[in-house]
Design a protein around this ligand. Structure first.
Ligand code: ZN
Length: 451
C-alpha cells in the first residue's frame, strides 16, 4: 500500500480534538483466510507477490443505518415542498410494491453501490417482513433472507437488524401500508426473528422501529431477545419533534426516558438520529453507553434538524454513521457532514479531527453492527479495507501525510478505487467484480419497483 490510515488513534486521546493523524507510507498487510495476520510499516518496496494498492488505504467503511428500498426514491422526491411526513407517504408507496424477488434485485444493486463507495459492512434496518396486507410468505423470513443473499452477491457484510414494528402510533393499530411490517406482537416478532441464522458474511441483530411503532409494554421483549443473544439493538430515536410530543402525551416522558425505563438502552444499543434530545436524554444515552448513529445526508434531506453529536459523544455515546434513505451513498460525505453541520450551527470549526470522523465511519460503525473485529488495519482484524485515489481531480495536490484529512474533506465515493472484504477484491480499479454493471442493475431494479 502506498499510504494507509491504520484506524487506531494515538494513546490517551478520545478522538475529540486529537492532534495529528497517523498516516503511514509503505504499508504491507499479510492476509490469511480473510484476516490480517501482520501489518508492516516503512516497507520500501512491495514484497514479492504482493498486490499493490496505489492511493490511501483505509479500513472498510461501515454503513450503520440502511433501508435499502429507499434508494428507489432518490431524485424522485425532490419536487415540491412538504415534510418528513409527506415524504413518508411516497416511501410507503414504494414499500407496497416490494416482493422478495424485487427486493433481492434492488438490494443487490444498492449493496454494490455501497461496495463501490468503500463500504464493507451494512446495518440493514429491515421492517418490510410480510406480503401486502400482512399475509405471511411461505418462508416467514423471505424478505430478510433476500437481503442477506443480496449482500453475499454484492460481496459485503450485513447485519440484518430485524425490526419490530407493530403500531402506527401510540395506541394506534398499524395502517394499511404498515400491515406488511407488523408481526402482531413482540412475542411473534421474536419467534420469527429467532429463525434467522448468522453465517460467514451475515449477523443478526434486532431493532425497535421507534417508540411510535412498538407499544411500551412490549419494548422489553425486544430488548430481552437482543440481550440473550448479545446482539446489536438499534432504534430510531427522536428524529422528529412530533414523536417527542406524542410520547409526552402518551407516557408523560421523552422517548429516550421511555426506552431507558424498559431496558432498551445499553452498550449494545444504538439510537439512530438522536436529533431532538433534552439534556436528560443525552445523559441517559451517555451514561448507559448507548451509541448514536448520525445520518447527516438524510437528516438534511428530510429537514429533520441537526442532532447534538458533540454533546452525545462527550456524555459517553460512541458515534457512527449511516446513509439511511440513500439520498446519497457516500460515508465520506456523512463523516464530513457531521462536522460541517456542527460548524453551521456553532459558527466555530474543528469539532472533530478527520481521524475521529473516520473512526466513526470505520471501527465504531462496525462495533455498532456487532463486527467488533473489523474497522481497523491491525493483526487479527478482518481483512476489510478500501483504497482512495490520491490522483483524482478532487484529491490531487493534497498532502499525503494528511491522508485522513484528504479522505474526509476532499474525497468522495467516486474516488474509491479498491474495496476488499475478507481478503477478496470486490471492487478493483473502480469497477465491481461481482455485479458487472451496477448502474444498470440499479436502474432495472428501481424500474421494476415503479411498475
Ligand atoms: Zn431509518
Amino acid at each position: 500500500m502506498e499510504h494507509a490510515w491504520l484506524g487506531t488513534l494515538p494513546e490517551g486521546l478520545d478522538g475529540v480534538r486529537a492532534g495529528g493523524t497517523p498516516i503511514e507510507p509503505g504499508v504491507a498487510l499479510d492476509v490469511h483466510e480473510g484476516r490480517i495476520t501482520a501489518v508492516r510499516t516503512d516497507v520500501a518496496a512491495p514484497p514479492a507477490g504482493a498486490e499493490v494498492l496505489r492511493g490511501l488505504t483505509l479500513p472498510g467503511l461501515a454503513n450503520a443505518h440502511s433501508h435499502a428500498f429507499h434508494r428507489a426514491l432518490r431524485g424522485t422526491v425532490q419536487v415540491g415542498s412538504g415534510t418528513f411526513w409527506t415524504w413518508r407517504e411516497v416511501m410507503y408507496a414504494a414499500a407496497a410494491r416490494l416482493t422478495p424477488e424485487r427486493y433481492h434485485a434492488l438490494a443487490r444493486a444498492v449493496y454494490a453501490e455501497m461496495a463501490l463507495a468503500g463500504i464493507t459492512a451494512v446495518g440493514e434496518f429491515h421492517y418490510v417482513h410480510h406480503a401486502p396486507g400482512g399475509r405471511r410468505y411461505a418462508d416467514p423470513n423471505a424478505m430478510g433472507e433476500a437481503l442477506i443473499e443480496a449482500a453475499a452477491e454484492a460481496g459485503i457484510r450485513i447485519t440484518l437488524l430485524d425490526t419490530c414494528y407493530l403500531s402506527a402510533g401510540f395506541g394506534q393499530p398499524p395502517g394499511t401500508h404498515q400491515l406488511r411490517f407488523s408481526d402482531g406482537t413482540a412475542e411473534a416478532w421474536a419467534e420469527r426473528a429467532s429463525l434467522l441464522t448468522a453465517r460467514g458474511h451475515a449477523r443478526i441483530g434486532a431493532a425497535v422501529h421507534s417508540v411510535r411503532a412498538v407499544p411500551a409494554g412490549q419494548l422489553a421483549t425486544v430488548a430481552r431477545w437482543a440481550e440473550e443473544r448479545r446482539a446489536p439493538l438499534h432504534v430510531h430515536l427522536s428524529e422528529q419533534t412530533a414523536e417527542n410530543d406524542a410520547c409526552l402525551r402518551a407516557h408523560g416522558c421523552s422517548p429516550a426516558r421511555l426506552l431507558a425505563d424498559h431496558g432498551v438502552l445499553g452498550p449494545r444499543t444504538t439510537g439512530v438520529h438522536n436529533t431532538h434530545l433534552t439534556d436528560e436524554d443525552i445523559a441517559l444515552l451517555g451514561d448507559s453507553g448507548t451509541g448514536t448513529c448520525m445520518c447527516p445526508t438524510t437528516e438534511r434531506d428530510l429537514a429533520d434538524g441537526i442532532g447534538p453529536a458533540p454533546a452525545l459523544q462527550r456524555a459517553g455515546s460512541p458515534l457512527c454513521l449511516g446513509s439511511d434513505s440513500h439520498a446519497v451513498v457516500d460515508l465520506l460525505e456523512e463523516a464530513r457532514a457531521m462536522e460541517l453541520d456542527e460548524r453551521l450551527r456553532s459558527r466555530t470549526r474543528g469539532h472533530w479531527t478527520a481521524a475521529a470522523l473516520l473512526r466513526a465511519a470505520t471501527a465504531d460503525g462496525h462495533a455498532a453492527l456487532g463486527w467488533e473485529e473489523a474497522g481497523t488495519l491491525e493483526a487479527g482484524a478482518l481483512a476489510d479495507f478500501t483504497t482512495i485515489a490520491l490522483d483524482s481531480v478532487r484529491t490531487a495536490g493534497t498532502l499525503p501525510r494528511l491522508g485522513a484529512e484528504t479522505a474526509v474533506f476532499a474525497a468522495t465515493a467516486a474516488d474509491v478505487r479498491h474495496t476488499v472484504v475478507a481478503g477478496r477484491h470486490i471492487v478493483r480499479d473502480g469497477a465491481h467484480t461481482l455485479v458487472a454493471d451496477a448502474p444498470r442493475a440499479l436502474a432495472e431494479a428501481v424500474d421494476a419497483l415503479r411498475g
